[in-house]
Design a protein around this ligand. Structure first.
Ligand SMILES: [Zn+2]
Length: 426
């Protein structure tokens, strides 16, 4: 019986399915690697990966008549966008204690819809930085196996943090704690190394750690450092040993600097980064992922959604400082990647951050590169995503108009192609 099955498998693998090839054309394409526009692009995608990139006319790749075509006259093509900081299992309109109205599996169910929303908004890759019950790992498996539509997901599993810190559960009394309350929580290098190994064992492809307090937890302050440099270093070393990168939530200047010195790869929020932190990030090549878009939503809708006044207060205190520090860090030449904290604001609006990045100092091309080329580098996945280039996945989006003249055209993506498959066409 077993031998028959093996023989059948061998037979199946000996006769591969014929390659499926599509050809995509448009009026213009943003070449994020060269930082320029290419007119009349012709892109060939075979079995999901980009096989050729050329232009109509003399440089046209050879095309067979029987290949499927996606012609997008009048449109501008870009690589599929990447959001480095999302929470897919977090509905933006449920805040504070309103979360207690829902059963445990509710959050994973909402993640399915949020994944579809982000894909429709042009995000073909997202890094999910922490979720309860490993909802992100399960969702990634569902998407990869065709049970749900969504971006490529880089899951973190549970976020790591100190007891009582931002990534511990801080809304409930001890007698009402969640069954998974100990997940991700560790005190001291040894416990935190264990948590790195545990998250990786159960599917994490990046490690998320909370180095400082945060806005939406109770009894923590954004400026407060919550893990020692020694603890952060243990996490970074352990993750790197296993081939994983580390994202550190860090608002306060001291926590940011400790995380950079510890060898953390990406600093999330970086709201209160000071001149020394900027210098250190530049020196060490540390990425900043600054979510400078979501405050308007939080301030306008938060109270209605159940967010507590103390959380709204913290957001108000740091929002403008974060935008000013974004400008300073960009001006100093620190490496920046695009991350919105989607879930704090509605997932489908993630493209709304581009205009703020331009308002606070980036050129439209730099803002687009932060969500494509740079994000792919920060993920360590530049062979797979982040540019329209031979060998990478055929993840493409198309918009009307010129995103270099007005980056806000990225708030309304018309066409989304993921792995050579048309998943949205308005
Ligand atoms: Zn977050």
């Amino acid at each position: 019986m077993r031998r028959t099955l093996l023989a059948a498998l061998l037979l199946a693998s000996a006769a591969p399915a014929p390659a499926e090839t599509i050809v995509v054309t448009a009026d213009r394409m943003v070449d994020v690697l060269a930082g320029r526009i290419i007119e009349d692009p012709v892109i060939v995608v075979t079995d999901g990966r980009i096989a050729a990139v050329g232009t109509a006319g003399a440089q046209q790749p050879s095309i067979r008549q029987d290949w499927k075509r996606i012609d997008l006259p009048g449109k501008t093509l870009l690589p599929g966008l990447i959001d480095m900081h999302v929470h897919l299992d977090s509905p933006a309109d449920i805040g504070g204690y309103r979360g207690l109205e829902y059963t445990d599996s509710f959050w994973a169910m909402t993640a399915v819809g949020h994944a579809r929303s982000m894909l429709d908004a042009g995000f073909t890759t997202v890094r999910n930085v922490g979720s309860s019950y490993r909802n992100d790992v399960g969702l990634k498996q569902a998407v990869d196996n065709g049970y749900a539509a969504g971006p490529r997901i880089v899951p973190a599993g549970h976020a790591l943090g100190a007891t009582g810190g931002h990534c511990d559960s801080t809304f409930l009394p001890p007698s009402l704690e969640k069954p998974d309350k100990e997940e991700g929580v560790g005190d001291g290098p040894l416990e935190l190394r264990h948590q790195v190994r545990r998250q990786r064992k159960y599917g994490a492809e990046v490690i998320k750690v909370c180095a400082t307090g945060g806005v939406f937890s109770r009894n923590t302050e954004p400026g407060q450092q919550q893990l020692s440099e020694e603890e952060l270093r243990a996490i970074a070393e352990e993750a790197h040993q296993w081939g994983l990168r580390v994202a550190a939530h860090a608002h306060g200047a001291a926590g940011i600097k400790a995380a950079i010195r510890a060898g953390i790869d990406t600093i999330e929020h970086a709201s209160l980064i000071d001149a020394e932190g900027i210098r250190l990030a530049k020196e060490r090549g540390t990425w900043l992922v600054m979510d400078i878009y979501n405050t308007e939503y939080t301030q306008a809708e938060g109270a209605k959604n159940g967010v507590l006044e103390d959380n709204l207060r913290k957001d108000r205190e740091i929002a403008q400082l974060q935008r000013d520090n974004f400008r300073a860090a960009h001006r100093a030449g620190v490496k920046m990647a695009f991350g919105t904290d989607a879930g704090v604001m509605p997932h489908k609006t993630a493209g709304g951050q581009f205009r703020w990045m331009v308002e606070y100092g980036m050129s439209p091309m730099e803002a687009i590169q932060s969500a494509t080329r740079n994000a792919a580098q920060a993920l360590g996945r530049e062979r797979d995503v982040g540019a329209i280039a031979v060998g990478r996945w055929g993840d493409l989006i198309a918009v009307d108009g010129d995103p270099l003249a007005d980056v806000r055209v990225l708030e309304d993506v018309d066409v989304v192609i993921k792995g050579g498959e048309l998943v949205r066409n308005d």
